[in-house]
Design a protein around this ligand. Sequence first.
Ligand SMILES: NC(=O)c1ccc[n+]([C@@H]2O[C@H](COP(=O)([O-])OP(=O)(O)OC[C@H]3O[C@@H](n4cnc5c(N)ncnc54)[C@H](O)[C@@H]3O)[C@@H](O)[C@H]2O)c1
Length: 328
Amino acid sequence: MAILVTGGAGYIGSHTVAELVDRGYEVVVLDNLRQGHRLAIHGVPLYEGDIADRELVTQVIRSHGIDTVVHFAALSLVGESVQQPLDYYEANVCKTRTLLDTLVTEKVLRIVFSSTAATYGEPVEVPIAEEHPTVPTNPYGDTKLAIERMLTSCYQAYGLSSISLRYFNAAGAHHALPIGENHLPETHLIPLVVQAALGLREQITVFGTDYDTPDGTCVRDYVHVMDLAQAHRLAVERLRHVEGAEVYNLGNGKGFTVNEVIRMVGVATGKCVPTLYGPRRAGDPAVLVASSRRAHDILGWAPQHSDLETIIKSAVTWHQSHPGGFEE
Ligand SMILES: NC(=O)c1ccc[n+]([C@@H]2O[C@H](COP(=O)([O-])OP(=O)(O)OC[C@H]3O[C@@H](n4cnc5c(N)ncnc54)[C@H](O)[C@@H]3O)[C@@H](O)[C@H]2O)c1
């Protein structure tokens, strides 16, 4: 029996592939390589193609004896989703619908799904637990919530069991393999700050300095990508003996301001980070911090790398050794 990882050549996907392989699982990757990188895949078969290609997915399932899918493949830029919502509904909701249809037809009845803190929208309570209202403030979050709901319905109708993992901010890089964060374009704070410190980009812009937070900048919860990978492996293992449609938050439960991140990157690199301060961006909540108690209690998730210093050091090491990302 083997695990199909969609989007496995992407950032979180490639780290999860490494974790699964490390634990002895047979893994196969399906990625259209629009965002992913061939060089992020080490020692497992890579099928270049689309999750909505029924023929290809069926062939992969049958030839490898797939019994579980870990589904990362998606578009995930919040701003772009506001500009091009139909592309996001097509890429995320419609294509996932087709994938699920293929899985049900082929009787592959276990899936771990990449969801997001963006399903919650503006928090009414922090830390955010899974029972918090889900009122996304952008089409990206809407599409992820729609998929979660589709998964619940698919369990009830077809017995397709799922675990949706709502990540907060993934960051950091693998401690041994040459893989790390390389989004194009990059929109995540930690790689942007590290690149600015290393002179790989001119500067960074901080959006908003008048939030009700300790230093006026936004507070976010950063979780190490290797800890996320561990959570996916635990979710795969849980689906081998439990049926249902479950949802778990994955964050480290501690918030850091943007200025704290900048300061810590400055210390880790010994460089000063060229920083511009601008006005708030529409739709950015002041504080986003997760309660991950459910993942700790039920999945047995025990993050080991998610203190901010470790995250930042691993990101700095990756960007120093790969200044052009995977292309160099
Ligand atoms: N990075 C974060 O902080 C974060 C936070 C919350 C949720 N997520 C979710 O986690 C998942 C992975 O995020 P990431 O940062 O690793 O993104 P990523 O862009 O690095 O990875 C996504 C991968 O999916 C592939 N892909 C996209 N559409 C595809 C399709 N139709 N068929 C085949 N392959 C396709 C891309 O080529 C890419 O390799 C996404 O679903 C994202 O929404 C990410």
